[in-house]
Design a protein around this ligand. Structure first.
Ligand code: AMP
Length: 510
């Protein structure tokens, strides 16, 4: 069935009265009410001229309304949620690159995305609260009444439900289209790995504009007929009070969040009656010491998983007990097939280190409009992940390195070339190279080395301010070093990987 209907089919089996979407400050929205709301959203979007195949940018604060807006938009068209922290220039790039037909914001939004949409002539839609329940919204068009949608009605399983961008090796992020079938397969995989059941409750702290939050955080619990409390986003100070209030049975997060929870854990002991039966970590490497401390703090297993946007998130996961968790490993394949490939495209025997490749029903059919990236990534039916690893005799995967150029800042991915290009626009800068700097809790942070034009001066602070006007905060280099020359690797080529060490930049404390 799941291969024939759109992702709203994930909601079909749940009890109509059971809580689907919850909030820290509102009564939950039940599955029956959610299903009706999604139908109304499809009608409202169609009436506003938006239908199947049309791209709708969504820029809303994290929380229950973003969750239901995503479901409503995906049921009718293609949802393109964007990080609300982006700067105007970033919104202009993403909305144009997506060829968005509409932008959905919350009523009264002050996001710079609104001005960008007006300038680009993109139809503006607003989400307005229609009841007190969590995420109870209606979608209305603000500017006139365009013609009815060319392709109305609910989306089909093969339609693209979601588009996200991933950081590329060029400055241009790559467009990853994911179909309803892709997302359903992945959501069901996560639910199966964690043995989610209607009695479970997830507390989502992950952003709902990233694949981790959307698939593991939102769709997996709904696929199991269980509810998800959508918080406004991770907040170390509020985590323990929310835990006591919402009584979730599980939480998925990135390692940086888990470490922030640990740091508070000694002060705010978990509520004695907490119901957590597991914690899950993905999107960046979880240090084994932190894993052991978290398990002791909550008396629950920490399940580390390996995910990627192009795979609709989960690729490998450690199993729940009585299966064996191996600290430092991301576990066996979970929902996709995994193998290790060499540069020439040959699959390598067990135990060898090489590029991790995947194939399976959650994996995107290919990047949009990017034959070069597709030719590099898809080999003999497998997709190259850009990560390096090895499988042990039990089929458990260890990630040993990275072949792609992204910076993984606590799970947030940054394309170093995008940052280079902004720095190079500063009149004093002649050369700029952005690279990962080791960081105690984030894993990696953003660093940059610049060479100035002869006779020019600019301070690190000024340059960071310049970058911060054009890039969301998480992409702005925390450290900028000024050099006479950028060191080249042994081959004479610029090598970002290992540059921090060659420049003697010590890990920054967390
Ligand atoms: P994203 O597309 O944002 O989900 O990022 C995917 C990338 O995050 C992967 O290709 C890996 O480089 C990294 N990643 C995801 N999960 C893990 C993990 N458990 N350990 C180490 N790296 C991870």
């Amino acid at each position: 069935m799941s291969s024939e209907v759109n992702l709203i089919g994930l909601l079909a089996g749940a009890d109509a009265d059971a809580a689907a979407i919850g909030a820290v400050d509102a009564a939950p929205l039940a599955f029956g009410a959610l299903r009706r709301q999604v139908e109304r959203s499809v009608e409202a979007l169609n009436a506003a001229g938006i239908g199947r195949g049309d791209r709708v940018g969504i820029v809303m604060p994290n929380g229950p309304a973003l969750a239901t807006a995503f479901l409503g938009v995906a049921a009718a068209a293609t949802a393109c949620p964007l990080n609300p922290a982006f700067r105007e220039e970033e919104f202009a790039f993403y909305l144009a690159d997506l060829r968005a037909r509409a932008l959905l914001v919350e009523r009264g939004s002050r996001s710079p995305a609104v001005g960008v949409a007006r300038r680009l002539g993109i139809c503006l839609l607003e989400a307005i609260p229609v009841a007190d329940a969590a995420g109870a919204i209606g979608i209305v068009a603000t500017d006139g009444s365009p013609a009815a949608a060319a392709r109305g009605g609910p989306a089909a399983a093969g339609d693209v439900a979601l588009i996200l961008h991933t950081s590329g090796t060029t400055s241009r992020p790559k467009i990853v289209p994911l179909t309803h079938a892709n997302l359903q397969a992945s959501a069901r995989n996560v639910a199966a790995t964690l043995r989610l059941a209607p009695a479970d409750r997830h507390m989502n702290v992950m952003p709902l504009f990233h694949i981790h939050g959307l698939v593991a955080g939102l769709l997996a619990p709904l696929a199991a007929g269980s509810g998800v409390v959508c918080t406004p986003g991770f907040n170390a100070l509020k985590f323990f009070p929310w835990l006591a209030q919402c009584q979730p049975t599980w939480v998925t997060a990135v390692p940086t969040m888990h470490q922030a929870i640990l740091a508070r854990g000694d002060r705010d002991r978990p509520h004695a009656a907490h119901r957590l039966r597991l914690l899950r970590s993905s999107s960046a490497a979880m240090p084994p010491q932190a894993m052991a401390r978290l398990e002791a703090l909550f008396d629950a297993p920490l399940i580390e998983a390996y995910g990627m946007t192009e795979a609709s998130h989960q690729m490998a996961s450690n199993p729940l007990p009585p299966g064996r968790r191996k600290p430092g490993s991301v576990g066996p394949a979970a929902g996709v097939e995994l193998s290790i490939m060499d540069e020439a495209g040959r699959l390598l025997p067990q135990g060898s280190t090489g590029e991790i490749v995947i194939r399976g029903p959650g994996v995107t059919a290919g990047y949009e409009n990017n034959p070069q990236a597709n030719a590099a990534a898809f080999v003999g039916g497998w997709m190259r992940t850009g990560d390096q690893g090895a499988l042990d005799g039990d089929g458990y995967l260890s990630i040993t390195g990275r072949l792609k150029e992204i910076i993984n800042r606590g799970g947030e991915k940054i394309s170093p070339r995008e940052v280079d290009e902004v720095l190079l626009d500063h009149p004093a800068v002649a050369q700029a190279v952005t690279f990962a700097v080791p960081h105690d809790t984030l894993g990696e942070d953003v660093g940059a080395a610049v060479v100035l034009h002869a006779g020019e001066t600019v301070s690190e602070r000024e340059l960071r301010g310049f970058a911060g006007n054009r890039l969301a905060d998480f992409k702005v280099p925390r450290r900028i070093v000024f050099l006479d020359e950028i060191p080249k690797g042994a081959t004479g080529k610029l090598q970002r990987i290992g540059l921090a060490a060659r420049l003697g930049l010590a890990p920054a404390p967390g």
